[in-house]
Design a protein around this ligand. Structure first.
Ligand code: SF4
Length: 431
C-alpha cells in the first residue's frame, strides 16, 4: 500500500520553497500527497510574530485531529527557536530546525516503520551550512523560486530571524547553475532568487563571490529569460552592481527595498543599517540605470517610540520616493526581541489611524505609477487567465500586472503597448 504525506507550510517564501523541495523528495520515494488522513504530516513552521507561533501550534493540533495515528514532524523557525516547547506538544514525533530540512523524509520513514519503538526524535542541526534542496517543478509554471542563501546577521531589533535561521550560508554556485539549468529544461523562463537575506549572498564564502556573480551565472542559462531579486539592501546597491545587472539583459528592473520607516530616529531604533539619505541616494542610482524600475517596499507602522512627527516623516518620505507598491504592516510585538521591551508602545487605535493614512498615500502613488506606464512598451511574461473576460494576464519586468485581450499560451513573453488602467491593473495591446 502506498504511504501518504501532507506538508503544511506557514510563513515566508523560503519556507514555501523548502516545503516544495521536501515534497519532491517524498514523491520520489513513492509517497503520495494526501490532504486529509495522511500517514505523515510535516508542519513547516514560522516564528516571525507571536501569532505565527500560535498558528504553528494550531496546525500541529489539526494534523493530530485529522489522523491520530499519523507521524507528525515539525520543522522550521518555530521549532528551531523553541524545540522543547514543540516537542512537548502532544503527538509530535519528530522535531527538526530550520536547516537540513530534507532529513525529515528519512526520519519520517524511520518513525513510520518503527512507530511503537521510537518515542521522539530531536534532530536540530547546526545553522552554519546550507542544504542542497532542489526543485524541478513548482506550483506556478512560469516563475520559479530558487533559494540561494539562508540566514541573516543583521539583527534588526524587531526580528527573530537571525536566531531562528542562524548565520549566513550561501549556496554553492555549481548547485545554483545546475538548478537553473533544470528549471529551464522544465520550461521556466523566470527565476526569482530568494533567501532570508539575499543581499548577503557570498559573505560566508571567502572567495569574493557575491550576488551579482549569481545573477550573471544564472543569466547564462539558455531558456531563462528573466531573473528577479526577491529583495535588496540599500547598502548593496552600487553603480557597478546595477550596470552589471543591466548588462545581463535578463535582470528585471524591479527592486524590493524594505524601507520599514521614513524616520531616521525609528530606523536607528530598528537597528536598520541605513538612513533616509542613503536610501534616497540608492533609489536615484537605480532610476538612473533603470529609468522605469518598479520599486516596492515594506513599512512597519506604529513601531515602539514612533511619534506623530516620525509618522509624518514616513508619509513625506513615501511621497518623495514614489514606490510602485508599498506593503504596510502594523507593528506586532515579538517576544524575545529588543523591540519588545521598547517603550512607549504605540496605542492600537493610533496604529490603525496611521496605517489608514499611509494606505491612502500608497494607493495614490501606485495609481500615478500605473498612469506613467500608459504609452510605454512593457515586456510581459503571460501566466494566467485574467479576471477580465477574454483577457490574459502576466507580469511586466517592473512587476506590474498587465492584461491583454488575446488568446496566448501560458509562459509566453511578449511586448505590450500599455493603453489604459482598469481595476488598478494595466491594459495593453500586443505588439
Ligand atoms: S534583515 Fe532584519 S528583518 Fe530581515 S531577516 Fe535580517 S534581521 Fe530580520
Amino acid at each position: 500500500m502506498t504511504n501518504t504525506f501532507n506538508i503544511i507550510t506557514l510563513g515566508c517564501k523560503v519556507n514555501q520553497y523548502e516545503s516544495e523541495a521536501v515534497e519532491e523528495i517524498f514523491k520520489a520515494r513513492g509517497f503520495k500527497k494526501k490532504e486529509e488522513n495522511a500517514d505523515i504530516y510535516v508542519i513547516n513552521t514560522c516564528t516571525v510574530t507571536n501569532m505565527s507561533d500560535r498558528k504553528s501550534r494550531q496546525m500541529i493540533s489539526r494534523a493530530r485531529r485529522d489522523n491520530p495515528d499519523a507521524v507528525i514532524a515539525v520543522m522550521g523557525c518555530y521549532s528551531q527557536v523553541k524545540p522543547e516547547e514543540v516537542s512537548a506538544i502532544e503527538g509530535v514525533d519528530i522535531v527538526l530546525g530550520s536547516r537540513n530540512k530534507e532529513e525529515v523524509v528519512d526520519l519520517c520513514e524511520d518513525v513510520l516503520q518503527n512507530k511503537k519503538a521510537i518515542d521522539k526524535v530531536l534532530a536540530l542541526s547546526e545553522t552554519k551550512t546550507i542544504e542542497d534542496l532542489e526543485i524541478s517543478n513548482q506550483e506556478a509554471m512560469t516563475r520559479a523560486y530558487m533559494k540561494i542563501q539562508d540566514g541573516c546577521n543583521m539583527y534588526c531589533s524587531y526580528c527573530l530571524i537571525p536566531y531562528a535561521r542562524g548565520n549566513i550560508a550561501s549556496r554553492d554556485m555549481d548547485s545554483i547553475k545546475k538548478e537553473a539549468k533544470r528549471l529551464s529544461e522544465n520550461g521556466y523562463k523566470e527565476i526569482v532568487l530568494t533567501g532570508i537575506h539575499v543581499a548577503s549572498y557570498g559573505k560566508d564564502l571567502k572567495n569574493g563571490t557575491s550576488l551579482i556573480d549569481v545573477i550573471e551565472e544564472v543569466a547564462k542559462t539558455d531558456g531563462i529569460e528573466r531573473i528577479r531579486l526577491s529583495s535588496m539592501e540599500p547598502r548593496h546597491i552600487t553603480r557597478d552592481f546595477l550596470l552589471r545587472m543591466k548588462a545581463t539583459k535578463k535582470a528585471c528592473d524591479h527592486f524590493h527595498l524594505s524601507l520599514q520607516s521614513g524616520s531616521d530616529d525609528i530606523l536607528r531604533a530598528m537597528n536598520r543599517k541605513y538612513d533616509t539619505k542613503v536610501f534616497k541616494e540608492k533609489v536615484a542610482l537605480i532610476r538612473e540605470v533603470f529609468p522605469n524600475a518598479g520599486l516596492t517596499t515594506d513599512i512597519i507602522v506604529g513601531f515602539p517610540t514612533e511619534t506623530d512627527q516620525n509618522h509624518q516623516e514616513t508619509m513625506d518620505f513615501v511621497k518623495e520616493i514614489k514606490f510602485s507598491k508599498t506593503h504596510l504592516f502594523k507593528y506586532s510585538k515579538r517576544d524575545g526581541t529588543k523591540a519588545a521591551d521598547m517603550k512607549p508602545e504605540v496605542d492600537g487605535n493610533i496604529k490603525r489611524k496611521r496605517l489608514k493614512e499611509l494606505e491612502i498615500i500608497e494607493a495614490k502613488i501606485r495609481r500615478n505609477f500605473l498612469k506613467e506606464q500608459i504609452g510605454k512598451t512593457l515586456s510581459v511574461l503571460f501566466e494566467s487567465k485574467s479576471d477580465l473576460e477574454g483577457f490574459k494576464s502576466g507580469y511586466s519586468t517592473n512587476y506590474l500586472r498587465v492584461n491583454v485581450k488575446a488568446d496566448l499560451a501560458d509562459n509566453e513573453i511578449r511586448d505590450c503597448l500599455i493603453t489604459e488602467i482598469k481595476n488598478e491593473e494595466l491594459i495593453g495591446v500586443l505588439l
